[in-house]
Design a protein. Structure first.
Length: 278
């Protein structure tokens, strides 16, 4: 199926307008694959025909389906393992020390996709019940896609998905086989909440988080939009909170309000007002 340049530009504009994400040239090759199921469901013969329907505005809900199909929802449990090892061994114990009085920790998985990252975080706490007894652990997962958030809330995954990143013992302990797939057990699901949220909007409730994970999301944004996203993330951090990014992402030269934490390599914190003015 040949996609015209004009159709590619319209789709790229729609995606950026709705989510801030760019449809870069190295992602445009997957347009056909990403939209194939939607075209079959709607009996639309080609992407150019789809564009005609969108431009004429005959089906307002169709544009939302198109955007959701174009989003990159690649993720898996305990992705890149090392960041989770850092959290378990160093960051969470330090947060426990800092929050000893309130005994509350608030975590935001921004751009959570189908929920694997949020559930991975929940497992870190659930697998150390003595340490976290009596604590309130608030884990929020958010994504711009309504459909993917509904999947995350359901917590059901295919055999392939549930095996990516999980050991056999974790899989058996935290998931149960159902006709629809492997579903996270209720004890795990009730520790995580999900909502639709655009990273460029005002941060979600409660507005201040001790730890924010925004991994492999910002690299899809153009520079100006990325700076705005960093401003939002920085504003959502507690004064002594941390931000964790993906392996190929950094705040250097893009977020003057943030800096690397020298004591917690791989985590970023808010810069002091004095440091920003220097």
């Amino acid at each position: 199926m040949q996609i015209s340049d004009s159709s590619s530009r319209i789709l790229a504009g729609l995606l950026e307008a709705r989510t801030g994400q760019q449809l870069t040239m190295n992602r445009r090759w997957r347009l056909e694959t990403a939209l194939a199921q939607l075209l079959r469901e709607r009996s639309i013969a080609s992407i150019d025909e789809l564009i005609t329907i969108l431009v004429m505005g005959r089906e307002p809900s169709l544009s939302t389906r198109v955007v959701e199909a174009l989003l990159n929802n690649e993720t898996y449990f305990f992705r890149d393992r090392q960041p989770f090892d850092l959290l378990k061994a160093a960051a969470l114990p330090e947060l426990a020390r800092r929050r000893e009085n309130s005994r509350t920790i608030r975590i935001w998985s921004a751009g959570c996709s189908a929920g694997q990252e949020a559930y991975s975080l929940a497992m870190l706490f659930a697998e150390d019940p003595v340490r976290w007894s009596g604590w309130t652990i608030d884990i929020l997962g958010s994504d711009v896609s309504q459909g993917i958030v509904e999947r995350a809330r359901c917590g059901t995954y295919s055999q392939f998905e549930v095996q990516r990143g999980l050991g056999i013992q974790q899989m058996i302990r935290w998931f149960e086989e159902t006709p629809a797939g492997w579903r996270a057990v209720e004890a795990l699901r009730k520790t995580v909440r999900f909502q639709v949220h655009n990273l460029l909007e005002t941060p979600p409730h409660p507005g201040k988080f001790d730890l924010i994970l925004c991994r492999n999301v910002l690299l899809y944004l153009e520079e100006k939009t990325r700076r705005k996203a960093f401003d939002r993330l920085s504003g959502a951090l507690a004064p002594d909170g941390w931000l964790m990014l993906g392996a190929g992402e950094t705040v250097i030269g893009q977020a003057p309000s943030l800096e690397a934490d020298r004591d917690m390599r791989g985590l970023y914190r808010r810069r002091s007002e004095a440091a920003r003015a220097a």
